[in-house]
Design a protein around this ligand. Structure first.
Ligand SMILES: Cc1cc2nc3c(=O)[nH]c(=O)nc-3n(C[C@H](O)[C@H](O)[C@H](O)COP(=O)(O)OP(=O)(O)OC[C@H]3O[C@@H](n4cnc5c(N)ncnc54)[C@H](O)[C@@H]3O)c2cc1C
Length: 482
């Protein structure tokens, strides 16, 4: 087996891996980045994201940042164990450090280090601004890097190259080596010529398992057959990082049976062909019936829950049915990212025929919905409380009758933006074992850190990569840190 020696070995060249590589190189370490994709496709999911960041300024996260993550930070849990986590880390019972739930220290570090990490990234020429998003209504601000995730990937990769970081493309990390004391000493990888052992402290930044149908089925269940990654970058993330760490005793964290769901047009092959216009129409399934409140609140806060209900429908598909009014919403195109045209018809029965939905049932569904709409002021860019009456499920906002031709429809399925299951880390991005102790020489950063349960705290995943990537790189660059 070939062997190469470095101080720090990073798996993955997304935002997390590149943040780690640059931080470690700044700390004086000799660093290598292993990346399964060819150079032109480096950057994984990070390459494709617009990279919304849940921040109210370049210096501060939003007011709800910690409470939202904490409220969605575990499954069902014994309240005594939650109390245990309120104690200082050194006083906690060991089992409490390996519960796989969001550790308050990790969360505090995440929140505190976000602003300084943005300032650090600006040093590489990356600019941030509050740019328009695809959400026509929102409850929290989103800061964006100008040029999206790709701009961050390119700037960090250029900085890494300038600092002398070595890159090995088309090289797939497969397993961890440990010494007799349990310290991780190397990452073993495969390239076109065979097996290579990369010696050094290891940072796993190789994403989740959205690109691995077998793991998705094993953890999410058989319905995962109706899911697909939201962009081509997701197909590179096949879960090896999670598996190899679990194999040496790491603690899993995050809801393994879940994922971040986003509504997309199944007809499209572009990255993130989202359809966020559904609050202004009705959603119907293959039987032509409604099944969910399409507009329970602002779209940024509720689209994931609505999309999960679409995922539950027969064959994982639904259609949004709209009338001509939606085209009069200012900037309504922001909420429709698909490159595919709507299916358009002059009547609801004609629309049903075009969609191959049961004609009578769709007509009855629309008629029933229209009859439940009440007069009132329609204010499409704010919560207007214009709700249906006497209809189940109700529609809570923007409930105008669907009666003005032409009628439009888009098919919608749930994309798997990323999987929730991953690894537990401490506030230093060190991977924690089943007894709550850091595994020496092993770090994790980005999507591979398991943190989410239930509802995703939107616009925190890229930030997680940046913040914990940088922390991991800084710490791994310190000699013989454990
Ligand atoms: C279209 C889209 C929109 C999104 N929007 C947002 C948003 O607005 N805000 C937000 O916070 N999050 C968003 N997300 C999620 C976010 O982009 C990702 O969670 C984040 O970019 C992950 O960064 P990462 O570095 O951990 O992983 P990635 O960027 O996926 O990088 C992982 C890298 O590891 C490589 N790799 C995988 N396995 C191996 C292996 N075994 N060996 C070597 N290399 C390997 C992959 O090829 C990839 O380059 C979005 C995601 C997508 C796809």
């Amino acid at each position: 087996m070939r062997e190469e020696r470095f101080d720090v070995v990073v798996a993955g060249s997304g935002i997390a891996g590149l943040s780690a590589a640059v931080a470690a190189a700044q700390g004086g370490a000799r660093v290598v980045v292993l990346e399964r994709a060819p150079r032109d496709e480096r950057g994984g999911q990070s390459r494709y994201t617009e990279a919304y960041l849940r921040m109210k300024s370049e210096a501060e996260v939003t007011d709800d940042f910690e409470t939202h993550i904490a409220a969605n930070g575990s499954g069902a849990i014994d309240p005594d164990l939650v109390m245990e986590l309120a104690r200082p880390p050194s006083d906690r019972a060991p089992y409490a450090r390996a519960l796989g739930i969001v550790d308050p220290d990790v969360l505090q570090t995440f929140s505190e280090r976000a602003g300084p990490t943005i300032a650090w990234l600006k040093g590489f020429g990356i600019r941030f601004d509050f740019l328009p998003t695809q959400f026509l209504t929102k409850s929290q601000p989103r800061l964006l890097p100008v040029g999206g995730g790709l701009a961050v990937v390119e700037a960090l990769a250029a900085e890494a190259e300038r600092l002398g970081v070595a890159f090995r493309y088309e090289t797939t990390a497969r397993e961890l080596d440990q010494d007799d004391e349990g310290r991780v000493t190397a990452l073993v990888a495969r390239d076109a010529d065979g097996t290579v052992r990369f010696a050094g402290q290891v940072v796993l930044a190789c994403g989740g398992f959205e690109g691995n149908g077998e793991m998705a089925t094993r953890y999410i269940g058989p319905r995962a057959v109706h899911l697909r990654p939201i962009c081509k970058g997701g197909y590179f993330n096949r879960g090896e990082g999670i598996r190899m760490a679990l194999d040496i005793g790491a603690t899993g964290a995050g809801e393994f049976g879940s994922f971040h769901a986003e509504p997309v047009d199944p007809r499209s092959g572009v990255s993130e062909p989202s359809v966020f216009i559904f609050p202004y129409g009705i959603l119907v399934n293959k039987d032509g019936g409604r099944f969910v409140d399409e507009a329970p609140g602002t779209v940024d806060a509720h689209y994931e829950r609505v999309t999960r209900r679409i995922f539950e429908q027969r064959d994982g598909i639904a259609w949004v049915v709209l009338d001509a009014r939606h085209t009069r919403i200012p900037n309504y195109r922001l909420g429709i990212r698909t490159d595919q045209p709507p299916v358009v018809a002059e009547s609801i029965p004609a629309l049903a025929r075009a969609l191959e939905l049961p004609e009578d049932r769709l007509a009855a569904t629309v008629a029933e919905y229209n009859a439940a709409c009440r007069p009132g002021a329609w204010r499409p860019l704010e919560l207007d409380g214009l709700a249906t009456e006497g209809l189940l499920p109700r529609k809570s906002n923007w409930a105008l009758p669907i009666d003005e031709a032409p009628f439009h429809a888009y098919p919608i399925m749930s994309a798997n933006v990323f999987t929730f299951g991953g690894l537990q880390v401490d506030a230093g991005a060190r991977v924690v074992d089943g007894d709550g102790r850091p595994i020496p020489g092993l770090y994790a950063a980005g999507e591979i850190i398991g943190m989410y349960y239930g509802t995703y705290t939107g616009a925190t995943s890229v930030l997680k990569g940046m913040v914990f990537g940088r922390i991991a790189g800084e710490d791994a660059a310190r000699p013989r840190n454990s």
